[in-house]
Design a protein around this ligand. Structure first.
Ligand SMILES: *[C@@H]1O[C@H](CO)[C@@H](O)[C@H](O)[C@H]1NC(C)=O
Ligand SMILES: *[C@@H]1O[C@H](CO)[C@@H](O)[C@H](O)[C@H]1NC(C)=O
Ligand SMILES: *[C@@H]1O[C@H](CO)[C@@H](O)[C@H](O)[C@H]1NC(C)=O
Ligand SMILES: *[C@@H]1O[C@H](CO)[C@@H](O)[C@H](O)[C@H]1NC(C)=O
Ligand SMILES: *[C@@H]1O[C@H](CO)[C@@H](O)[C@H](O)[C@H]1NC(C)=O
Ligand SMILES: *[C@@H]1O[C@H](CO)[C@@H](O)[C@H](O)[C@H]1NC(C)=O
Length: 287
């Protein structure tokens, strides 16, 4: 199987597993937006990043959420650089709203609860962002005219790590890291992380166990066969020994043979050479 074929299969598998996940993670995004909105002061300043982590319910301990409000035209002209996401200018967010909210999240130690890649392990928390119309739950669509968005991860660089992008349409993609340290280059809003491929250890282990089991059976069979063979050899040896000793005895016997012998069944029987007296008819019998 070629690499590309495998990639297609992998993408297909990912697509099918994520489509079910998507609705729940979509809800998660909207929930973060709601909590973030509630955490904002009555008159939030544009261009200021507000930390909304403490407004999350207690079951989201370790998850970090923050929000920044920007004017649409400012975002278009200058982009945004908050929370590890470097957004270049000329990102078209539509439909048009005068202000927009960028909600950033870091799923922390709950990352793998929401996002997984088959045969890979996350080596960074899942970080993400979504852009909403200011103050409501209308998610805006993005078209990037000024190059990709760069994501920086809050963990040390990892050799062999790849970027994984979970886009909001439910697909995920993988790419290599950018030449800059610890960065992924992404094309849309969503959630992002770094993964390393795990060598599939559990399956070979299972195979080994299977082999071991087969070896046990094989060994047992060989043992039984060996025992049978040894038994057979011993039996044959005893037979041969007996036959030779019988033959010897016979030879000894033949030397001082008086009577002939004949085979009756398997044993030798003495055979008398003397013919039995024939019955004679009484001549002087007169009826
Ligand atoms: C994961 O690895 C196993 C064992 O190598 C393989 O059978 C399976 O197809 C892989 N899954 C994906 C989605 O690549
Ligand atoms: C946000 O606040 C939480 C505690 O409420 C803190 O742990 C976290 O570091 C803060 N995040 C930022 C980006 O300041
Ligand atoms: C946390 O609680 C909220 C409701 O309070 C629920 O919607 C959400 O699924 C819970 N999350 C986890 C990770 O248990
Ligand atoms: C973006 O912000 C980071 C840290 O906040 C800073 O180191 C970096 O230079 C900024 N990049 C640009 C292009 O402004
Ligand atoms: C945004 O994109 C999604 C899918 O790409 C589409 O279904 C939706 O209609 C778009 N929204 C707008 C306002 O264009
Ligand atoms: C999902 O979104 C990404 C990023 O916008 C895009 O590249 C990809 O083609 C989309 N996939 C589907 C199946 O819509």
């Amino acid at each position: 199987m070629g690499f590309e074929t495998r990639l297609i299969i992998i993408s297909f598998v990912m697509l099918s597993c994520l489509c079910s996940l998507n609705s729940s993670t979509q809800q998660l995004d909207d929930m973060f937006e709601e909590y973030a909105l509630n955490s904002l002061p009555t008159r939030p300043q544009t261009g200021v990043l507000y930390n909304a982590s403490s407004s999350l319910p207690s079951n989201f301990t370790g998850v970090q959420v923050s929000i920044v409000r920007l004017r649409w035209d400012s975002f278009w002209r200058k982009g945004a650089n908050y929370s590890g996401f470097l957004m270049p200018p000329r990102i078209l967010a539509y439909p048009f709203f005068t202000r927009l909210d960028i909600v950033y999240s870091n799923l922390g130690n709950q990352s793998s609860f929401y996002y997984n890649v088959p045969n890979h392990t996350l080596v960074a928390p899942v970080v993400g962002f979504n852009i909403y119309a200011s103050g409501n739950l209308t998610k805006l669509n993005l078209t990037l005219f000024g190059g990709p968005i760069l994501v920086e991860f809050p963990v040390p660089q990892h050799e062999k790590a790849k970027c994984v992008m979970f886009y909001s349409n439910g697909t995920y993609e993988m790419s290599s890291m950018t030449t800059q340290e610890n960065m992924c280059s992404v094309r849309d809003q969503g959630h992002f992380s770094m993964v390393v491929e795990v060598p599939s250890i559990p399956i070979p282990k299972k195979k080994d166990r299977g082999k071991l089991w087969k070896w046990w059976v094989f060994g047992f069979a060989v043992g039984v066969l060996g025992l049978l063979l040894v038994g057979f050899i011993v039996f044959v040896l005893i037979r041969i020994f007996r036959m030779t000793s019988i033959a010897k005895m016979e030879k000894e016997a033949e030397k001082n043979e008086v009577l002939g012998t004949t085979n009756v069944g398997q044993s030798k029987m003495p055979l008398a050479t003397v013919v039995r007296t024939q019955p004679t008819i009484e001549n002087d019998y007169v009826p």
